[in-house]
Design a protein around this ligand. Structure first.
Ligand SMILES: Cc1ncc(COP(=O)(O)O)c(C=O)c1O
Length: 376
């Protein structure tokens, strides 16, 4: 059987990894400034993470959501403590798209409305409603296009107000730092006014923190850089450091009913063990402090490189914008300098999404390679 050929691949085969390094089958070492697409939060194969998963799978890897699973409660308590999001309720699933799918569904249940406002260049996943609210025509199939969605420009608060006042909008969904789109951010005023307008119009404010959450922005959630209170926060990528787990944090004003949401695999024992160890390492190893320190260092060096036209993002969710498309530069960085970086739908942006354990020496290694690659 052949694989369904949907991914353009780099010709590299990683077989092991440790912290910020990935090794291929020939033993060649690559510096991972991509984090498997913002997934690796606490570093590859962190010993506490390996131990947590190994000992859990030897005891009980999975049982269904029809029985009590104290690990889910432990994860919820730990998430509340580490994120500072008090009194939210947690629903666990398996991926970012699924988290947004559940967030949108819940917003529609709660408000009994069905239209969604989303934003230009936003990305929220590839499943039903999640892809419908994603601004990328080529990945929306006719079956997805049936959803009622209005895509607006970031920072166009007048249009948000006009649309919300029509009274049929169940949710506004937004990334506080756009990931796939290319690291754009709306203004503080915009985010805060959207929050106020949602509350005035019985519309839920959905923070898609699938990529920007779990410390990547320097705070636990990117929305915490602003004075807003999302009704639902979706999480995934960094949550399991590679183990598939996602979830939504649900404001206490939204009441659960049996059967409202559900999943077979979501919140299984093994996923919870992975998720708990990630939260413990983020907290115990002060990774959010490291994100801030390394981010400042990164900005300082990037500012000295004339070919970089714009430095975008926050924390370790960063983009370097050039006045040329970066696909050849990315290839050069991988094949000649053994450094993984990311691309974006804005083809002039090089994305930097390293494990949150990255150190100054790795940033130095990257900029040395970048300068050489740009000069060559
Ligand atoms: C902001 C955001 N939301 C949702 C998703 C979808 O997550 P997943 O690929 O886990 O379904 C992504 C993935 O890149 C993302 O960046």
């Amino acid at each position: 059987m052949s694989l369904f050929n949907v991914y353009p691949l780099y010709n590299i085969t990683p077989v092991s990894a440790k912290d910020v390094y990935v090794y291929d089958e020939k033993g060649i070492e690559y510096l991972d400034l991509y984090g498997g697409h913002a997934v690796i939060s606490i570093g590859h194969a962190h010993p506490k993470y390996v131990e947590a998963i190994t000992s859990q799978v030897a005891k009980l890897g999975f049982y269904s959501n029809a029985i009590r699973n104290p690990l889910q409660e432990e994860l919820a308590d730990r998430l509340e403590a580490v994120s500072g999001c008090k009194d939210y309720q947690l629903f666990l699933c398996n991926s970012g798209a699924e988290a947004n799918e559940n967030a949108l569904k819940l917003a529609s249940f709660k408000t009994e409305k069905s239209r969604v406002i989303a934003f230009k260049n936003g990305f929220h996943g590839r499943t039903s409603a999640a892809v419908a609210v994603t601004d990328s025509k080529s990945i929306i199939a006719p079956i997805n296009a049936q959803q009622k969605v209005t895509i607006l420009d970031l920072n166009d608060i007048e249009s948000v107000k006009t649309e919300l006042e029509k009274g049929d909008v169940c949710a506004v969904i937004i990334e506080f730092i756009q990931g796939v789109g290319g690291l754009d951010q709306a203004t503080k005023e915009f985010f805060e006014q959207v929050d106020v307008l949602c509350k005035a119009n019985n519309t839920l404010f959905l923070a898609d923190e699938v990529q920007s959450g779990y410390g990547r922005s320097g705070k636990f959630f990117a929305f915490q850089h602003y004075n807003v209170t999302p009704d639902i926060i979706s999480i995934a990528k960094g949550m399991g450091n590679g183990f598939p787990i996602g979830g939504i944090l649900i404001h206490p004003s939204i009441e659960a009913k049996f059967g409202m949401l559900g999943t077979t695999f979501g919140g299984n024992h093994l996923a919870c063990a992975a998720g708990l160890s990630v939260l413990n390492v983020i907290h115990d190893d002060f990774l959010m402090d490291n994100v801030q320190t390394i981010s400042e260092y990164f900005f300082k060096i990037a500012e000295t490189i004339p070919q970089i036209k714009k430095i975008k993002g926050k924390g370790l969710m960063l983009g370097l914008e050039f006045d040329f498309e970066v696909s050849d530069l990315r290839k050069k960085l991988i094949y000649e300098y053994q450094i993984f970086t990311g691309g974006a739908s804005n083809k002039k942006v090089l994305r930097i999404l390293p494990p949150l354990t990255v150190q100054k020496k790795h940033i130095n290694q990257f900029f040395e390679a970048l300068v050489n690659a740009l000069d060559a």
